[in-house]
Design a protein around this ligand. Structure first.
Ligand SMILES: N[C@@H](CCC(=O)N[C@@H](CS)C(=O)NCC(=O)O)C(=O)O
Length: 123
């Protein structure tokens, strides 16, 4: 069984994983999880990510969630070009620093803008 990525492209961390895999020509099966239809609560998806969040990954019997951890897994497993996740400790630490920082800053604030400014326009 090959690599499967469980995604809903309305989700920012899903888009990050999707773009990274595509950009690096990583072959995967796209498993759509429609959050608006509540598919994250299906029994099958619960076996992939018990936290019921996307993105999630299945690689053979191995499953995991969390976009940042998935990105690092893909970078290491598929040996993507060095600039993505450098072998050099300090250059890698810079990437890790950004990945740790973005959760509560760019992503969090971006989600709030979407929730409070964009969503009302769609209602
Ligand atoms: N820290 C997680 C966040 C994952 C997350 O919050 N995913 C949202 C979509 S952006 C989700 O699956 N929500 C489903 C729900 O809340 O029911 C990551 O980076 O992967």
């Amino acid at each position: 069984m090959g690599l499967e990525l469980y995604l809903d492209l309305h989700s920012q961390p899903c888009r990050a994983v999707y773009i990274f895999a595509k950009k690096n020509n990583i072959a995967f099966e796209f498993k759509q999880v429609d959050l608006s239809a509540g598919q994250q609560y299906s029994e099958d998806f619960g076996k992939v990510n018990p936290l019921r969040l996307v993105p999630a990954l299945k690689d053979g019997a191995f499953t995991m969630g969390e976009s940042v951890a998935i990105l690092k897994y893909l970078a290491c497993k598929y040996k993507t070009p060095d600039h993505w996740y450098p072998a050099d400790l300090q250059r890698r630490a810079r990437v890790d620093e950004y990945l740790a920082w973005q959760h509560m800053t760019v992503r969090y604030q971006g989600s709030r803008i979407f929730m409070f400014r964009v969503t009302p326009l769609l209602l």
